[in-house]
Design a protein around this ligand. Structure first.
Ligand code: HEM
Length: 489
């Protein structure tokens, strides 16, 4: 009853009824496993509907894998559900293990989705540079579409990408007045990020979307409605503030830039209010968890390596001085700190599988067929630990980035180092993320000594998700290290 991961499969006609029944049972078990509900056993109508739709899906899968071209190798899966049951919670580790068996390009069938995993720098280059235009599409999950007003942000619709990227360079991170968004807002954003990382049966079997079996679409709509209310009040507040301060606008935040862009009737790419909200959402969804988690990993690694902490603080004392607080103008001189951040991105890439790409037409990668519409993942985590590219890859050693800093920047030109992706769809927020991270880290490490609470130990284990977090959050106690205590006011 298993079919080959590379297509074909057992399609003998005689026993089709038994095969079909087994597959149906498997799908039911899978759905109940994912959703934790069993109401549909008793609901004959819904079961019939599901069955009809799943049979149609099965037929399409069989047709699409029988075109004779060679798909990448991969583990054998079950009909209909494919490899869905074999996935492990720490997906980045599981995919790295598979790559050792099947090679740097492999295929998994997840329900209706053909998923291709690239785990080497040379093949990443083939996809993200040589065939960048073909792969510069996204296969938006339902939660992603719903939470961005139907995919109006950069992540799913890149139309306004360049304009908004330019804004990230201009945003002032030290403006005089900030609008407080509060903890609840942060919670909502974190929940949206969680929803994005959750496997959704409706994404894998589009015919099931109508049922929203796991309630992910409903939840995403509720969160968006909540967000939208807050957002409206922030915009109103901002518009009032701007009216009052019209004559003395020195520094602008992202929202101000976007509002100005919206008002420009003659703009090359005009944006609507809904689009503006979707773009604003990008900053929170793509920028909050990623940046704070990287900050947490960097603090953890520096506390774990006291010698590295000492070197960072020595550099800070030299560049900033013990009588000053860190300023943005200091950042470009903090080369060792920069290397520490880069090494953190290498060992703990917070977006471990990047954001899936999706080819607009079928193409060949590494000699294998990647079908149009496949979901293409890059195991950045594995590439960053490849012993062929990195000396002692498991050791945290920032010095490796000091010899030739240009060799490893965030531009995505070096395919051994893909923390922010590469090509047309490279992270749009790099300038902002880089400045925020260095500024906050420099301030924390310059102003305070850090120690663990009595009786606790540093935990360096990871928890897989859309964002690769620490298994247990870091808890650390600061004590002032600057002599002039007035600076802390
Ligand atoms: C530690 C910080 C961050 C990391 C590690 C990170 C990483 C990434 C990665 C790996 C991608 C996918 C690239 C690809 O598909 O090749 C991405 C996309 C994206 N990121 Fe970031 N990101 C970070 C911070 C931010 C911030 C602060 C913002 C916004 C202010 C942002 C906005 C975006 C957007 C809009 C996309 C989608 C780009 C597109 O599809 O064209 N990111 N990011």
């Amino acid at each position: 009853m298993v079919h080959d991961g590379g297509g074909g499969g057992d399609r003998g006609g005689g026993q089709w009824w038994w095969r079909w029944r087994m597959e149906m049972e498997m799908v039911m078990v899978m759905i109940s496993k994912i959703s934790g509900c069993s109401w549909w056993w008793s609901d004959g109508l819904v079961v019939s509907l599901l069955v009809a739709m799943l049979v149609a899906s099965w037929y399409v899968i069989m047709r699409s894998t029988s075109n004779g071209k060679k798909l990448p190798p991969g583990p054998r899966g079950f009909p209909l559900v494919g490899n869905l049951f074999s996935l492990e919670a720490d997906l980045h580790l599981y995919l790295a293990k598979l790559a050792q068996v099947y090679g740097p390009i492999l295929k998994l069938q997840l329900g209706r989705k053909c998923c291709v995993v690239v785990s080497s720098s040379s093949l990443s280059k083939e996809v993200l540079r040589d065939q960048d235009a073909t792969f510069a599409n996204r296969d938006a999950p339902i939660a992603g579409l719903v939470s961005t007003y139907g995919g109006l942000d950069i992540g799913w619709s890149p139309k306004v990408r360049q304009t908004v990227r330019d804004l990230y360079y201009k945003i002032d991170t030290q403006g005089e007045e900030r609008t407080s968004v509060g903890n609840e807002f942060r919670q909502v954003i974190f929940e949206i990020v969680e929803l994005l990382g959750k496997p959704n049966v409706s994404d894998l079997f589009p015919v099931l979307r109508w049922f929203d079996i796991q309630g992910i679409e409903r939840r995403a709509k509720t969160l968006l409605a909540w967000f939208d209310r807050i957002f409206k009040s922030v915009i109103d507040q901002r518009l009032k503030m701007d009216k009052a301060n019209q004559t003395q606008k020195q520094s602008k935040d992202f929202l101000q830039f976007l509002l100005e862009l919206m008002e420009q009737q003659d703009a090359k790419i005009p944006i609507s209010m809904t689009q503006l909200k979707a773009l604003f959402m990008d900053i929170f969804v793509a920028g909050t968890d990623t940046t704070s988690t990287t900050l947490e990993w960097t603090m953890t690694e520096t506390m774990h390596n006291p010698e590295i902490m000492r070197k960072v603080q020595e550099e800070l004392d030299e560049v900033v001085g013990m009588d000053n607080m860190v300023e943005e103008s200091n950042l470009s001189k903090l080369h060792y700190l920069d290397a520490v951040v880069k090494e953190t991105f290498r060992l703990h890439p917070v977006v471990p599988l990047a954001v899936p790409h999706c080819p607009s037409s079928s193409c060949i990668v590494g000699g294998y067929l990647v079908p149009k519409g496949a979901r293409v993942l890059f195991n950045v985590w594995a590439i960053h630990r490849d012993p062929e590219a990195w000396d002692n890859p498991l050791v945290f050693r920032p010095e490796r980035f000091l010899t030739d800093p240009k060799k490893y920047d965030y531009s995505g030109n070096n395919f051994n180092y893909l923390a922010f992706g590469s090509g047309r769809r490279i992270c749009a927020g790099i300038p902002l993320a880089e400045r925020m991270l260095r500024y906050v880290l420099a301030s924390l490490l310059h102003s305070f000594e850090w120690r663990l609470p009595e009786g606790t130990q540093l935990d360096l284990t990871e928890r897989f998700g859309f964002v690769l977090k620490k298994s247990t959050p870091l808890v650390a106690i600061p004590t002032p290290r600057l002599l002039n205590l007035e600076l802390y006011n």
